[in-house]
Design a protein around this ligand. Structure first.
Ligand code: NAI
Ligand code: MG
Length: 363
């Protein structure tokens, strides 16, 4: 191997998390080995099960250790039965990791792969956009700080100039690296907001427009969030990159997932200036945990995003190609309920097999 081994922290997660991270680790290891590099996985104990055992969702020193890895692969965490006294879920890591590591851009590719039947009538290639969700402020900045009494409750939506600027820059920089929207090949960033109603969203849009001036080669586009929810379903091909506030991005990316075969097809990267971690967009799916029914594609594709971020671009491409190939040639079929017919483990094995035999099944 030419390079030193990649050092990747792993949070296996709760529910379906361990099945998924095992699947992704085997695929990542094979892809890197075929490209002449090793990989070392370091386990981090974190999540709802950790909370149940220790009273904390992360162990002491975890953030510092995570900053030291090349990147972190995170499985979904959470157990709806493990709660704080105020009713919010304990054991979730979103706030701890996103704020702790300052991973301000949550990059969520929404891509319809061959062989997949999404909830709309589109074909592979017609849906290929990326939702960039602001990840450290917006309404979720109120996490743990909202107030509630018997008659009323309130949370506060907060945006800062620095916060909007950096996520807008991330969105435009990403658009420069992509090939444009499927409909017209135009590189475009769509700012999604409710600036027609709320001051904070007007602030978001104005700063987006300022940042856009630095990217004259990328089209700056605007849409209100309700219209964007509709357009993501009715005319997804017009989108290239979308950038939006935290809660909007959380909700609209699951809408996008419905158009590409379900949550189990959708990976994400949480990216900051000094740390990054990669995970599916979905949760721990306790209803199907341990039954080999989870679609591991989201986690495997999150592994590909990790490899790409770590500079192993060819290995990353090979993983994405292998996933697309086993779907295209019918080796793996995703059922209408979102599960792979082969099962979780055999799906991962099929992807590993496609990596090792890159010519097979291409037609
Ligand atoms: P969920 O995303 O876990 O599940 C929603 C639906 O999608 C369920 O029907 C589930 O079976 C299905 N599903 C999810 N991933 C799938 C996959 N890979 N293959 C096939 N089907 C899949 O959302 P839910 O049920 O609201 O939350 C469950 C737990 O996950 C909660 O504790 C929640 O707080 C947590 N959560 C954690 C996240 C994270 O770690 N980043 C994100 C979202 C939720
Ligand atoms: Mg979500």
């Amino acid at each position: 191997p030419a390079d030193r081994p990649l050092r990747v922290g792993v949070i296996a997660g709760d529910g379906i998390g361990p099945e998924l991270t095992r699947a992704a680790a085997s695929v990542m290891e094979t892809a890197l080995r075929l490209h002449g590099t090793g990989i070392e996985f370091v386990h981090e104990d974190a999540g709802a099960d950790t909370f149940r055992r220790t009273g904390r969702a992360l162990t002491p020193g975890a953030l510092d250790r995570i900053r030291g890895y090349d990147a972190l692969l995170k499985g979904p965490v959470g157990d709806p039965a493990v709660r704080h006294p105020d009713g919010t879920e304990a054991g979730l890591l979103g706030g701890l990791l996103r704020e702790g590591l300052d991973t301000y851009a949550n990059v969520r590719p929404i891509r319809l792969l061959p062989g997949i039947r999404g909830a709309t009538r589109h074909e592979a290639g017609e849906i290929d956009h990326v939702i960039v969700r602001e990840n450290t402020e917006g309404l979720y900045m109120s996490r743990g700080r909202g107030v509630r009494n018997a008659r009323a409750a309130s949370d506060q939506l907060m945006m800062t100039r620095e916060g909007v600027e950096r996520v807008a820059h991330a969105a435009f920089a990403l658009a420069r690296r992509r090939g444009g929207a499927p409909a017209d090949g135009v590189s475009r960033v769509t700012c999604v907001d409710k600036s027609n109603v709320l001051r904070s969203f007007g602030f978001f849009r104005d700063i987006f427009d300022e940042v856009a001036e630095a990217y004259p080669d990328v089209e700056a586009d605007h849409m209100y969030a309700d219209a964007a929810g509709y357009a993501l379903v009715a005319e997804p091909s017009r989108f290239d990159v979308l950038v939006m506030e935290n809660l909007l991005g959380d909700v609209l990316s699951d809408v996008g997932a419905g158009t590409v075969g379900g949550l189990g097809m959708c990976p994400s990267g949480n990216i900051g200036d000094t740390s990054a971690y990669f995970e599916p967009i979905h949760g721990s799916a306790p209803g199907i945990a341990g039954s080999d029914r989870a679609n591991p594609s989201s986690q495997i594709l999150a592994g590909a995003l990790l490899l790409d971020h770590a500079g192993h671009t060819d290995a990353a491409r090979s993983v994405e190609d292998a996933v697309a190939r086993v779907l295209a040639d019918g080796t793996v079929t995703i059922t209408s309920s979102g599960s792979p017919d082969l099962g979780t483990r055999a799906t991962a094995e099929a992807v590993v097999g496609a990596l090792a035999a890159p010519e097979e099944g291409t037609g």
